[in-house]
Design a protein around this ligand. Structure first.
Ligand code: ADP
Ligand code: MG
Length: 582
């Protein structure tokens, strides 16, 4: 699953520059010009002081100073451009990555989302990518420009006084040694910080979504304690990080200062010996800055690099997860189907469980187009799992699922799912208007079609009674809908989608019996003319099915029509009597 090596990762990072080449080139050109000005300035000063001052060429001296002034005005302008454009480039790349990771998440399957924590995923999509902006911008600019400045300054220093330049050069390996050592520790610490933050995010997310449970059990204090623990872990990780960062910057500062002292001491010695003049030493000290600043910048960059790259690694990790279920290489569009569904000797187990028990065993079911088959059985017997095999949310370990006689493993997921409508026990409504929530069933539906679907689901009147009718917002800061209304909205979605295959997975189980009786009528209306696989807890709702299948521990225990099964006096009749014959 994860195969990208380190080089591949860098290459992958660089590929995000490609769409923004014009920005990147502008940025680099400006930065290059800045480096040029930085290296040329001490040289120009040396020239002016050495040649024009002693010769009393005050006009020329003023001209050089004027040029220096102008150069620094330009430098400021370039600095502005580089900072604004460079960061813009970074933000654009960050946004591209966020778009990619979001799109990638859409392709992942149920197995992935069953196991992933939403908070962790959230931080992968947001805070993990924050540092990318800095990295993308400072990366090429700082590294490239620093190296240019460093080399430029070093060459010029060699021409001024090569022995002194060599003294400086000798100190570089020591400097680099410290950088590499501390950098490694910083990158480890930075990873722990990220993990801590992701943990905190996940804790908040899980706790907020479980708030009602926490309060119902009066377990608020327990939640707070749990959170404090995670929060403290984050603080510790961050504290460690800052300690290493402190050591890092202190050593850098120390080295830079010591270098200045070294240059003055060695240069002073040469002046005493008469082998160097004061102007040369002055110019040299000006260059020390253009020699150490790049090193400082580079070391600062290593911090940005570790932060950015650890975020990027986590980004790559997520991007490299391949969905277990995706279109086969030669998957065909299944088109509009008639709706024959066949389970052929299907066995299934969830791969993510260690004990890996078989949830479905050798299941054979045939539902002719337009007919209704009901599946009943105790909870945990595998009914929902069976339903999830039809839209290929999961894949059978053994056997096949066929639609119109075609193995669904060979058709595109998109075309397959376009033919299937699912109504489940808990309805998810997006934080949007009622209108948009219904239109989710078919995104290009008109307002009239949406209203018609709502009427068919018998929810139109309820919607019209809401403050803004169809434009009423649902969820946070909006109306709260009753269970029945929510279910009707989900039914309206399916009316709008109008698929030939319908799956009802305990669609009415969460409702009271009066509402259930009402909604059962709409469901019957909805299933007219469609192949329907229905699961219901209350057997009254399935008695009219063409075939009733009793499933127990993943196996088909009994099958037949309602009356026949009752007469048979087996599992079905026991279930039925338990519910209705008290
Ligand atoms: P039913 O809908 O009949 O109540 P399910 O199909 O939901 O039953 O579950 C059947 C069995 O599979 C149960 O033992 C359940 O614990 C297990 N199961 C359900 N979903 C998952 C999952 N995502 N991962 C692992 N095991 C699961
Ligand atoms: Mg279920």
């Amino acid at each position: 699953m994860r195969n990208k090596n380190k080089g591949g990762k860098l290459k992958r990072f660089l590929s995000y520059y490609r769409p923004h080449m014009p920005l990147f080139i502008t940025d680099m050109l400006c930065a290059l010009l800045m480096a040029g000005i930085g290296v040329a300035y001490p040289m120009a000063t040396k020239l002016a002081i050495e040649r024009y001052l002693p010769g009393k060429l005050y006009g020329a001296f003023a001209a050089v100073m004027g040029a220096c002034f102008a150069a620094y005005v330009l430098y400021a302008l370039l600095q502005f451009i580089v900072t604004s454009i460079g960061h813009r480039l970074g933000v654009l790349m960050e946004a591209d990555m966020r778009r990619d990771v979001f799109s990638h998440l859409q392709t992942l399957d149920f197995t992935f989302f069953n196991n992933a924590r939403t908070g962790v995923l959230l931080s992968r999509c947001t805070s993990d990518l924050f540092e990318i902006t800095e990295l993308a911008h400072h990366g090429p600019e700082d590294v490239f420009i620093s190296i240019m400045t460093f080399l430029g300054a070093f060459c010029v220093m060699l021409t001024i006084e090569w022995r002194l330049a060599l003294v400086l050069l000798v100190s570089v390996p020591a400097l680099l040694g410290i950088v590499v050592l501390l950098r490694k520790r910083m990158s480890q610490a930075s990873r722990r910080v990220k993990e801590g933050m992701a943990g905190v995010n996940a804790d908040i997310e899980s706790s907020l979504s479980g708030m009602r449970v926490a309060q119902a059990f009066a377990n608020e204090q327990y939640e707070i304690d749990k959170f404090v623990h995670g929060n403290q872990k984050y603080v510790n990780a961050r504290t460690d990080y800052f300690k290493i960062m402190g050591a890092f910057f202190a050593s850098m500062e120390f080295f830079t200062n010591i270098l200045s002292v070294l240059v003055i001491a060695a240069g002073g010695y040469m002046i005493m010996r008469g082998s160097m003049d004061v102007v040369a030493l002055m110019t040299f000290t000006l260059y020390v800055a253009s020699f150490t600043r790049p090193i400082q910048k580079l070391t600062q960059f290593t911090e940005i690099y570790t932060m950015g790259m650890s975020g990027f690694s986590r980004f790559c990790e997520l991007m490299d997860i391949q969905p277990a279920i995706k279109d086969a290489p030669e998957a065909a569009d299944i088109g509009a189907v008639r709706g024959d569904i066949t389970f052929e000797n299907v066995s299934f187990s969830y791969k993510d469980r260690d004990d890996n028990p078989c949830v479905l065993r050798d299941v054979d079911i045939a539902i002719p187009a337009g007919r209704t088959v009901a599946v009943v059985g105790p909870s945990g017997s595998g009914k929902t799992t069976l339903c999830h095999l039809v839209p290929r949310f999961f894949e059978p370990d053994k056997g096949r699922v066929l639609i119109d006689g075609r193995d669904i493993a060979g058709v595109t997921l998109h075309s397959l799912r376009a033919n299937i409508g699912i109504v489940q026990q808990d309805v998810f409504l997006f934080a949007d208007t009622i209108f948009e929530n219904i239109r989710y069933g078919r995104l290009d539906a008109t307002r009239e079609e949406v209203i018609e679907a709502a009427k068919a689901a018998k929810v139109h009147e309820d919607i019209m009674a809401m403050p803004d009718g169809y434009d009423t917002h649902v969820g946070e800061r909006g109306v709260t809908l009753s269970g029945g209304q929510k279910q009707r909205i989900s039914i309206a979605r399916i009316f709008l989608k109008n698929p030939p295959i319908l799956i009802l997975d305990e669609a009415t189980s969460a409702l009271d019996s009066a509402t259930e009786a009402d909604i059962t009528q709409e469901l019957t209306h909805l299933s007219r003319g469609r192949t329907t696989l229905t699961i219901a807890h209350r057997l009254s709702t399935v008695r009219n099915a063409d075939e009733i299948i009793v499933i127990a521990q993943g196996r088909i225990a009994e099958r037949g029509a309602h009356e026949a099964l009752l007469a048979q006096g087996g599992a079905y009749s026991r279930l039925y009597n338990a519910q209705y014959m008290q």
